[in-house]
Ligand binder design. Structure first.
Ligand SMILES: NC(=O)C1=CN([C@@H]2O[C@H](COP(=O)(O)OP(=O)(O)OC[C@H]3O[C@@H](n4cnc5c(N)ncnc54)[C@H](OP(=O)(O)O)[C@@H]3O)[C@@H](O)[C@H]2O)[C@@H](O)CC1
Ligand SMILES: Nc1ncnc2c1ncn2[C@@H]1O[C@H](COP(=O)(O)OP(=O)(O)O)[C@@H](O)[C@H]1O
Ligand SMILES: [K+]
Length: 511
């Protein structure tokens, strides 16, 4: 697997361990890194002249000197502009000494139309906002609309958080990074500023990465496809799991039906919409394969659990905020209290379900810690996240990933912190950052569908973190492929080809 994400600190450690293990020493890795970048420049911009390589004082600059040397050797017209000298004896100093191109100060940077920029100013080691010579260079390149190839990260972007450290950062067309991506390549605004990301193998062995026991991954099928439920030959509908979805009142029933349909498409063998009495008629008029049952009170819910053995729930979409919502959520989480587990694989708490606990989050977080409590998955967007975790949301020192981690630990829940860079985190800190979405998904009801997919997978017994991560990827993939014109109603059907490919991939893997 190469979808581990390494923080800049972990990457530096991987670098150190790789050098200790061999076969490449520090300058050897740097030469390979520079060669990977030079190859991208030559392949993508064969006519660019000159190529301006901007070199900083650290190893990122060192990579830049290697690029400049290789391009010059290939006959390309190259200029080097430097900000700070490499430390004497460093790998970067060796690379600079090997480079035949005469360096000029970055303060004198003066590119022309038709040239391209290789940004080798700062990479994983960036620790503060950019100096003024760098921000002036960024402005200059931007004013001429010059293509930018960034080495490792666009200068100004934090590899840890994806944030711009200061006022400005390069906006790259291509970013060439090494060995593994960093969280900053996937979290916004970093992802956007990277442009296309090329991951180059520079000879850091997988075993070195494994030894670091990474806890953060890019959300890709390899992470969970082995766990994707596929019905057994002797399956019947209840063996494939039964999801219950709570409907709101007569004027807000659509969200639950979207969730219910998505749960069914995700493979739950049976799905029941649990409807208040006054919304039964409207729900009945719109449901076919999905079952319908009246449920107003906690007693109604407990009867449903006792009689129909549901294996997952969705509570929140269109449901309304208040005490009844809290009571139902807590009743599900306590359904296993009587001794053995209830058979409920999980509760997906979305939208109003999350907001309902705004003033008393502790009751929810305590319930998740009770013996035999079903797993809780929360799917907040930014606004809902801030309602339930206001202190974490307000902490500007934390990345989206760190915020989701803190929330998951506090709530003892899997947290799916939604957005264009959705982060999925388990209570133990295991995390995935999603990167396959598209803005077409920003449409009303899209989140309701996501909640339903998670519940559909949970209902079939999929492991909780895997189910949440898989659902986010499948939802995003369906939306991305559908593209313009997408509305939430389209998503359940748009998932079908995505599911087919995943099931086929799983079966091929098993052969
Ligand atoms: N890991 C790997 O596998 C491999 C990594 N490689 C490459 O190494 C890169 C990481 O190198 P790196 O650690 O030397 O950090 P880098 O980004 O050059 O910056 C540090 C320098 O900049 C300085 N500095 C920082 N911020 C500043 C600011 N705002 N304004 C001014 N100065 C600032 C800082 O000085 P300090 O502030 O600490 O005094 C220090 O001098 C990585 O991105 C990749 O390209 C490859 O060679 C091959 C294998
Ligand atoms: N720009 C975007 N790129 C990718 N995915 C997005 C984008 N905007 C929203 N989404 C996804 O769409 C869904 C929207 O959910 P939510 O905000 O709860 O909407 P709703 O409440 O209308 O259903 C989430 O899964 C989110 O990650
Ligand atoms: K850079």
């Amino acid at each position: 697997m190469s979808n581990e994400l390494l923080s800049p600190v972990e990457m530096a450690e991987a670098d150190r361990l790789a050098i200790a293990t061999g076969p490449f020493n520090g300058i050897g890795l740097m030469r390979r890194a520079g060669a990977a970048v030079a190859a991208v420049v030559l392949a993508r911009y064969p006519a660019a002249t000159p190529v301006h390589v901007l070199c900083g004082p650290g190893n990122n600059g060192g990579d830049g000197y290697v690029v400049a040397r290789l391009l010059a050797e290939a006959g390309v017209d190259v200029a080097i502009w430097v900000s700070g000298k490499p430390r004497a004896g460093s790998d970067a100093a060796i690379a600079a000494a090997e480079c035949p191109v005469a360096p000029r100060p970055l303060t004198a940077f003066a590119p022309d139309f038709g040239s391209i920029v290789v940004d080798a100013l700062y990479g994983a080691g960036l620790s503060k906002s950019l100096p003024v010579d760098a921000t002036n260079a960024i402005d200059f390149a931007r004013s001429l609309l010059l293509p930018v190839v960034a080495i490792d990260l666009p200068s100004g972007v934090s590899g840890d958080t994806g944030a711009v450290l200061g006022e400005e950062a390069f906006r790259a067309d291509i970013t060439v990074t090494f060995a593994r991506k960093k969280p900053g390549h996937l979290l916004l605004p970093g992802r956007e500023l990277c442009g296309e990301i090329v991951l180059a193998d520079i000879g850091i062995p997988d075993s070195v990465v494994n030894d670091l026991i990474p806890r953060t991954f890019e959300n890709k099928p390899a992470l969970w496809v082995g766990n994707l439920p596929v019905p057994a030959t002797d399956a019947h509908k209840y063996k494939r799991g039964h999801a219950g979805v709570f409907s709101g009142g007569p004027s807000t029933t659509g969200a639950a039906r979207l969730s219910a349909l998505a749960a069914a498409r995700a493979g739950a063998g049976a799905v029941t919409v649990l409807s208040p009495a006054d919304a039964m008629q409207i729900n009945a008029a719109h449901l076919t394969a999905i079952m319908l049952r009246r449920s107003d009170t906690v007693a109604d819910l407990n009867n449903f659990i006792g009689e129909r053995r549901p294996s997952a729930f969705v509570l929140g979409p269109g449901f309304g905020v208040g005490e009844r919502t809290r009571d139902l959520a807590l009743a599900i989480l306590r359904a296993g209290r009587q001794g053995a587990a209830s058979g409920i694989g999980g509760l997906v708490l979305d939208a109003d379900g999350i907001t309902s606990f705004r003033d008393e989050p502790a009751s929810l977080f305590e319930a998740t810690r009770e013996p035999h409590a079903p797993a809780l998955v929360m799917t907040p967007h930014e606004g809902e996240f801030a309602r339930l975790f206001s202190d974490i949301a307000a902490d500007k020192s934390l990345s989206k990933l760190a915020k989701a981690r803190a929330a998951a630990q506090r709530a003892n829940a899997v947290v799916v912190y939604k957005g264009a860079d959705t982060v999925i985190v388990a209570p133990n800190g295991l995390a995935a950052i999603n990167g396959n979405g598209a803005p077409w998904l920003a449409t009303a009801g899209s989140g309701d569908v996501l909640a339903g997919i998670i519940a559909g997978l949970l209902a079939q017994g999929m492991a909780v973190f895997a189910a949440a991560a898989a659902a986010v990827w499948i939802h995003a993939e369906a939306g991305r492929r559908f593209g313009p014109g997408l509305i939430a109603e389209d998503l359940p059907l748009a998932m079908v080809p995505v599911l087919r490919e995943l099931v086929e991939a799983k079966q091929a893997d098993a052969i």
